[in-house]
Design a protein around this ligand. Structure first.
Ligand code: 5GP
Ligand code: MG
Length: 449
């Protein structure tokens, strides 16, 4: 049936160019979600436009840009079922509230028979408000009972916008200004690209309320520990973003440098698997003095392999994703770098390509630790049985992939590279920094129904 794990990007704008900036912002967050896009705004009441696909496919640009509202929130969604429906697309609204949400409410299933966690948030907040609670108090109550990851923006029928980051700060959320417009974005790169200034990262546990007149109110619920998702740095965010003060690009360079220092290989060239592993490969090449060779060419038609609904489809997409420069790899000993290995499809395919092109030796070096556990905080990592590293050692994985060797970073090395001790590394360690312990068995059933 339904999986609700999802990556997402969110954006909100308060000001004269609200819908324009929200629309443009979503396009600049497209890497965070390509399955659907939507914008909620107020015009009399709350209205929402949304559709399936990329922002430009999902929303009619000329129609959207005619909307004059000063209050809007937007969402790009990246579900993984392959059968994203318009119903699941966000923002999700009723006549009181609209919500655009990035993360996963780990314990949403305990509160009723909800199809998605977003539906649960909307329902919970709406009930509280109906009972007479102030919206900030309603959000605080939600933060008290909810477990998991949630960076979200909320628009209400009184033209108020709220930006909320969960008390552990799993997912990023940034506040900024573009000319006179106040904006919130999953990543700062989108704000900067629109010519704006960054004001700050929303803090873990912080609620920022923007009143219709632009007045700000900030409240904070207690945050016991900070757990930015390590994978935001490794793969998910744009390389030109800064998350909680750390440059994603520079973190990736350091992942590569430490990988080279602690996991060397005797080789002639370093080859990145584009796009996300490029800075990691640059770091590896610099530190090892082995030249970088762009021997894999990502084709422009390439679809996103990871989000295809079945493994067969994922594999067939991979076939058209990369071309290879045979003359660059023939008779060479190669260090092939990827940011991560999840199921192993990408690496297996590429090793076959390299072998067929006459590579002499292939040493796989991975810019993250072994992904051994599912994520219930907003990144789509599947069941343990689909994760190639869940129950295997390096040697066995190397054999399955057809490599001569494989080495991953350790969790300690990864934290050193990123430069932050307080990261969520649940997918590597199985230690979930949630409020409660959940049985992995039960969670796998809930999230893979
Ligand atoms: P695998 O092919 O091993 O299942 O997945 C690993 C590859 O997918 C890597 O090249 C990595 O860059 C990419 N990757 C890892 N996580 C994600 C994700 O959540 N979404 C997408 N689109 N790619 C991912
Ligand atoms: Mg990749």
């Amino acid at each position: 049936m339904m999986k609700i794990k999802e990556h997402c990007g969110i954006f909100a704008t308060i000001g004269d160019r609200s819908v324009k900036y929200t629309y443009e912002g979503l396009k600049l967050l497209q890497h965070r979600g390509q399955e659907s896009a939507g914008i909620s705004y107020t015009e009399g009441g709350i209205k929402t436009v949304k559709g399936l696909g990329l922002v430009e496919e999902a929303l009619n640009e000329s129609e959207v840009l005619q909307i004059r509202s000063k209050f809007s929130i937007g969402h790009v969604r990246y579900s993984t079922t392959g059968k994203t429906t318009l119903q699941e697309a966000q923002p999700l609204n009723n006549d009181k509230l609209s919500i655009a949400f990035n993360g996963t409410i780990t314990n949403y299933f305990e509160f009723g028979n909800y199809k998605t966690d977003t539906e649960f948030i909307l329902d919970f907040l709406s009930k509280e408000i109906k009972e007479g609670k102030d919206i900030v108090d309603a959000v605080k109550h939600f933060m008290d009972i909810a477990d998991g990851a949630y960076s979200m923006v909320i628009l209400d029928d009184k033209n108020r916008v709220l930006a909320v980051r969960d008390p552990k700060g799993f997912r990023p959320l940034v506040m900024g200004k573009i000319d006179e417009n106040m904006v919130f974005s999953s990543e700062d790169s989108a704000i900067k690209q629109l010519g704006g200034k960054i004001i700050k990262d929303i803090l873990p546990g912080e609620i920022v309320l923007v009143n219709p007149d632009g007045k700000l109110l900030s409240e904070k619920v207690p945050s016991t520990s900070f757990h930015t998702c390590a994978f935001e740095y490794i793969y998910f965010s744009r390389a030109d973003s800064k998350i909680d003060g750390i440059s994603v690009y520079m973190a990736r360079i350091r992942l590569g440098e430490i990988l080279a220092r602690n996991h060397p290989a005797k080789a002639d060239i370093v080859v990145p698997i584009p796009e996300s592993s490029r800075p990691i490969a640059i770091g590896y090449s610099r530190e090892s003095n082995i030249p970088l060779e762009e021997a894999l060419i990502r084709t422009i038609v390439s679809k996103r392999s990871f989000i295809m609904p079945t493994n067969d489809k994922r594999k067939s997409v991979l076939e058209e994703k990369f071309g290879i420069v045979e003359d660059a790899v023939r008779d060479k000993r190669i260090v092939i770098i990827d940011d991560s290995i999840v199921r192993g499809n990408t690496m297996k395919r590429i090793i076959t390509l390299l072998r067929n092109s006459g590579a002499k030796e292939i040493h796989v070096r991975v810019g993250s630790p072994m992904i051994r556990y599912p994520c219930y905080m907003g990144i789509d990592f599947p069941n343990r049985k689909e994760l190639i590293a869940s129950d295997k050692k390096e040697e066995e994985i190397s054999k399955i992939l057809g490599a001569d060797s494989i080495e991953y970073l350790t969790v300690k090395e990864m934290k050193e590279a990123i430069g932050k001790e307080s990261l969520c590394s649940a997918c590597f360690t199985g230690i979930y920094p949630l409020k409660r312990n959940y049985s992995l068995q039960i969670m796998e059933n809930v999230f893979n129904r």
